[in-house]
Design a binder for this molecule. Structure first.
Ligand SMILES: NC(=O)c1ccc[n+]([C@@H]2O[C@H](COP(=O)([O-])OP(=O)(O)OC[C@H]3O[C@@H](n4cnc5c(N)ncnc54)[C@H](O)[C@@H]3O)[C@@H](O)[C@H]2O)c1
Length: 289
């Protein structure tokens, strides 16, 4: 597949990441469908588009014509089979669960055209752990966006050993075409580049909290005012979802058997209490106001 052949994009999972990835594709001229099993998530994604585009126009960041065009290019669906049938590229952005992703890729392989590239937005899972359920391994790769996907420029394109050069190049070209800055990760490694670097910082921050060395607020302040980070590790966890930190910790533990990989007690407590960050109105910080 060459970039010129990509006209239609399907994004599976319209949650935190998926709805913004889909809108970015529509804003870049691709016919795009955002798919989710949860009707409330789909309604929220649609509402977001309907408020975001006029806001950008009002701020002078987008022309009225471009906003209308993007809105006409994006649609929403709960029927994955129907929605991916004409897709040239499918980007999966469902929960970070390997079994779920494998099930979805097996279905996508049946429902999407044989030419289509199937990409996963997973934060940590390399595509070779998913691709073998399909009959098109050379067209299955990681295309990893950052949160919020409409704002963050970086996208990691990960080329595992099964991924063809043509697929990797097409995804790098696609990222440029949607206004992103891709990096080509040439070897598969869980967590790719930036999440590995930030996971090390975040884990250290969580243990400093656990040991009572400093508060959430002061650890975040240290990273913002001392290291120039745009936000500290706890604020970042609230943005990405504390459940994601939990899921990643658990999958590391299952892979390594090393207790050090388990989520820290405070992370487990937040998840048990349903305090997952911005999306639930409370995490390390409160967002109720
Ligand atoms: N949150 C982040 O900051 C971030 C950043 C980069 C990558 N990611 C990755 O993106 C993916 C999605 O993360 P998220 O934070 O958007 O999760 P999320 O929980 O906000 O959204 C996931 C969505 O998938 C939907 N879903 C579940 N099963 C489905 C199915 N069978 N068909 C269609 N939709 C289905 C759910 O209803 C939900 O709306 C994960 O793999 C995650 O690792 C997340």
């Amino acid at each position: 597949m060459k970039i010129e052949e990509i006209k239609t994009v399907a994004v599976v999972g319209a949650g935190n990441m998926g709805h913004q990835i889909a809108l970015q594709c529509a804003l870049s001229g691709f016919t795009t469908v955002a798919i989710d099993v949860n009707p409330e998530v789909l309604a929220k994604a649609q509402q977001f588009c309907d408020s975001y585009l006029p806001q950008r126009v009002a701020k002078g960041k987008l022309s009225e014509e471009a906003a209308q065009k993007a809105r006409s290019l994006i649609s929403f669906s709960s029927d994955m089979k129907e929605a991916v049938k004409d897709a040239d590229l499918v980007i999966e952005a469902v929960l970070e669960r390997l079994d779920l992703k494998r099930k979805i890729f097996a279905d996508l392989d049946k429902f999407a055209p044989p030419r289509a590239i199937l990409a996963t937005n997973s934060s940590y899972i390399v595509s070779s752990r998913i691709a073998d359920v399909t009959g098109r391994m050379s067209q299955v790769c990681n295309v990893h966006f950052f949160n919020p996907a409409l704002v963050m420029k970086l996208v990691e394109v990960v080329q595992g050993p099964h991924v063809s050069d043509e697929t990797a190049q097409c995804m790098l070209d696609f990222c440029h075409k949607i206004g992103k800055m891709p990096v080509h990760v040439r070897k598969e490694v869980d967590g790719f580049l930036l999440n590995r670097i930030f996971a090390a910082i975040s884990k250290e921050a969580q243990w400093l909290l656990e040991m009572g060395v400093a508060t959430v607020e002061d650890i975040d302040r240290a990273c913002v005012y001392g290291a120039g980070h745009p936000m500290g590790p706890f604020r970042l966890m609230d943005l990405t979802g504390i459940d994601l930190t939990y899921d990643i910790g658990m999958s590391h533990f299952y892979a390594s058997g090393d207790r050090e990989d388990l989520p820290t007690p405070s992370v487990v407590k937040k998840v048990t209490e349903g305090k997952l960050g911005q999306k639930t109105g409370e995490g390390w910080y409160s967002y109720k106001d």
